[in-house]
Design a protein around this ligand. Structure first.
Ligand code: ADP
Ligand code: MG
Length: 402
C-alpha cells in the first residue's frame, strides 16, 4: 500500500532528473496532484456537480529555457525522451504531447513562446483514473508561468485585474491542452481539481457554470483499484451519453427551457414517463446530483460519518442498478467494506465498468481494513488490488522559482 508519503518522488528527484538530462539545474519547479471524485458520478456531462479531492500523489515538473530553439522533455516514468519545435508543436501521439500542449496553452496566460526543457517525475499512477494527465498539464503550465515570472493570484475574484494569473485560468488552459491539443474529449473536473483543491477540503464544482468552492472534508479515503481490464469502457460510456441525450430530448418536449439533464426535477421525470432504460439513466443523474448537494450541505455543517456514508452507499447502488456501470469486483469491494466500524461508506469512483472504488472513513479503520481486503479480494478475483490511503491534499503549487 502506498501511504501519504507517496513513493519518494518530490522536488529533489525531479531536479536531479533535470540536471542529469540537461547538465544544469532547472530554473523552476512546480507540482500538481492527482484527484479522486468523492461523489457526483456521470453528472459532469449532464450539467451537474462533482466533488473531487486532491490525492497525496503528485506530478513534479522542473523547467528551464532551452538554449537551442528545441523543446525537450524527459520523464522518470517513461523511457523515451521527447523533442519538438514549439513554433510548430502538434500532437505526436506520445506522452510529451501533454507537456507540449500545456506549453502552447500557457502562452495565452503569459507563459512565453520560447523553447523549454522539461523534466517530469510523478507518483500519480498512470491510466488508473486518478488523473495523472491533468496533474502533468497543470504542473507544466504553472512551471511555465513561474519561468516567465508571471505572478499567481490565488483569489479567483482578482481575475482580469492585472497581469496576475489565477489558478482557475491555469485549470482552463490545462483543459484546453488535453481537449484541443492532445485531443481527448474530457470534462473540466480533473484540471479544476488538480489546480484548485485545498488541503482538508473537497472541491464542489458545478460543471455547467464552472463555479467552484472549497468544502471542508476531514475524512480518510482509501482508493482501491480493481485492475480489471477496461476494454469496453469507451463504447459503454458512449452508449450512456447517447441515452442521457435521448432522455433530455424527451424532457425538453415538455419543458423546452430545461438546460441539462441534471437540472430536471424528480417530478418532471415521473411526469415524462421515459421509456426504459432512459428512465433509470435519468433517475441516476438527477438523484446523484441531489446527493452531491446533500453531501456538500452535510460537510459544511461539520457532519462526518453516518449521513455521508449513506449518500456514498446510495450513490453506488444508483450507479450499479440505474446507470449499470459497476462491475462485480467493484460491488464486491463495496459490500466487503460497508458496515465495518469506523467506515462511513463506499462506492465506485470514475466512469465505472472496472477501475477504482473509494472507501471513506476514519483513517485508522481504513488502514486496518487493507490487509484483509487485499487477501480476500485476491482469493475472490485471482489478483491483489492496488490500494492508496489518502486524505484531501493541496492543489497545484510552485515549489521553486527563479
Ligand atoms: P489518467 O489521467 O487517468 O492517469 P490518462 O490516459 O488520461 O490517464 O493519462 C495518462 C497519460 O498521461 C499517460 O499515458 C502519459 O501519456 C501521460 N502521463 C501522465 N503522467 C506522466 C508522467 N509522469 N510521465 C510521462 N507521461 C505521463
Ligand atoms: Mg486523464
Amino acid at each position: 500500500m502506498t501511504g501519504d508519503a507517496g513513493e519518494g518522488v518530490g522536488r529533489a528527484q525531479v531536479e536531479a532528473l533535470f540536471t542529469l538530462a540537461y547538465g544544469r539545474r532547472p530554473a523552476v519547479v512546480a507540482s500538481a496532484p492527482g484527484r479522486v471524485n468523492l461523489i457526483g458520478e456521470h453528472t459532469d456531462y449532464n450539467g451537474g456537480a462533482v466533488l473531487p479531492i486532491a490525492i497525496a500523489q503528485r506530478t513534479w515538473v522542473a523547467m528551464g529555457h532551452s538554449r537551442d530553439g528545441e523543446s525537450r522533455a524527459v520523464s522518470r516514468e517513461r523511457g523515451e525522451a521527447g523533442a519538438w519545435r514549439h513554433a510548430d508543436a502538434r500532437a505526436a501521439h506520445a506522452w510529451w504531447d501533454y507537456v507540449a500542449g500545456a506549453l502552447v496553452a500557457a502562452e495565452a496566460l503569459g507563459g512565453g513562446r520560447g523553447a523549454r526543457e522539461v523534466a517530469v517525475a510523478s507518483d500519480v499512477p498512470m491510466g488508473a483514473g486518478l488523473s495523472s494527465s491533468a496533474s502533468l498539464e497543470v504542473a507544466t503550465i504553472l512551471a511555465a508561468l513561474a519561468l516567465e515570472g508571471v505572478p499567481m493570484d490565488a483569489a479567483p475574484a482578482a481575475a482580469g485585474g492585472g497581469a496576475a494569473c489565477t489558478l482557475r485560468e491555469v485549470a482552463l488552459a490545462a483543459h484546453r491542452a488535453e481537449s484541443e491539443f492532445v485531443g481527448v474529449a474530457c470534462g473540466i473536473m480533473d484540471q479544476f481539481a488538480s489546480a484548485l483543491c485545498r488541503e482538508g477540503h473537497a472541491l464542489h464544482l458545478r460543471c455547467d457554470t464552472q463555479e467552484a468552492r472549497a468544502v471542508p472534508f476531514a475524512r480518510g479515503v482509501l482508493i482501491v483499484d480493481t485492475l480489471a481490464p477496461r476494454a469496453l469502457v469507451a463504447s459503454a460510456f458512449n452508449t450512456r451519453r447517447a441515452e442521457c441525450d435521448a432522455a433530455l430530448a424527451i424532457l425538453r418536449t415538455r419543458d423546452p427551457g430545461l438546460r441539462a439533464l441534471a437540472r430536471a426535477t424528480p417530478q418532471a421525470l415521473a411526469d415524462a414517463r421515459l421509456p426504459p432504460p432512459l428512465d433509470r439513466r435519468a433517475r441516476h443523474v438527477v438523484s446523484e446530483n441531489q446527493r452531491v448537494h446533500d453531501f456538500v450541505q452535510e460537510c459544511a455543517a461539520g457532519g462526518m460519518g453516518e449521513r455521508l456514508g449513506r449518500l456514498l452507499n446510495a450513490s453506488h447502488r444508483s450507479l450499479r442498478d440505474d446507470y449499470e456501470c459497476s462491475s462485480p469486483e467493484l460491488d464486491w469491494i463495496v459490500e466487503h467494506c460497508v458496515a465495518r466500524v469506523g467506515i462511513a461508506g463506499a462506492r465506485l469512483t470514475g466512469a465505472g465498468w472496472g477501475g477504482c472504488a473509494i472507501v471513506v472513513g476514519e483513517e485508522e479503520a481504513l488502514r486496518s481494513v487493507v490487509p484483509d481486503l487485499s487477501h480476500a479480494f485476491e482469493r475472490a478475483w485471482g489478483r491483489a488490488p492496488r490500494t492508496w490511503l489518502t486524505r484531501p491534499n493541496a492543489g497545484a503549487r510552485i515549489e521553486a522559482s527563479a
